[in-house]
Design a protein around this ligand. Structure first.
Ligand code: FES
Length: 142
């Protein structure tokens, strides 16, 4: 069991280049760009359609960092260690992982704990004032 816990994220990480080569694009709205204040990090909930018979929806939370008027970074909510969901603290401007105590800085760099990689970033674009992210720009579980 412990091997699976460690091995699955490692396998996903190792398959990153393969994933990027084979992926398509799945753009979803994260909301109006002007909803995100400059130089701040805000969560955004993305509605994701599932391919099941009921066409049900699920949601995915990402963190949007509007670094400047022209630059937006969209972080995955998942820790780069074992994919636990991160919590952003606006006071310290850091991301905290509840699983093994990792801390990531505002730029997504690991500062404390086991992760060696910075936070994963989704491809994003702005169309007609709407911020869109490509859900397939990262492998599943990232
Ligand atoms: S999952 Fe281990 S530090 Fe985040």
């Amino acid at each position: 069991m412990a091997g699976a816990v460690v091995g699955i994220p490692a396998a996903i990480s190792a398959l990153g280049p393969v994933w990027n080569h084979r992926r398509g694009e799945r753009w979803r709205s994260a909301g109006r760009l002007d909803r995100f204040p400059l130089e701040r990090i805000e969560p955004a909930v993305i509605q994701v359609g599932r391919d099941d018979w009921a066409r049900s929806l699920e949601s995915k939370t990402v963190y949007v960092y509007r670094r400047s008027a022209d630059e937006v970074i969209v972080y995955s909510r998942n820790c780069t260690d074992l994919s636990c969901p991160l919590v952003f603290d606006p006071g310290s401007e850091c991301f905290f992982c509840p699983c093994h105590g990792a801390i990531f800085g505002k730029e997504g760099n690991p500062m404390v704990g086991p992760p060696k990689r910075p936070l994963y970033r989704y491809a994003n674009r702005v169309r007609d004032g709407e911020l869109e992210i490509d859900l397939d720009s990262l492998p599943p579980m990232t």
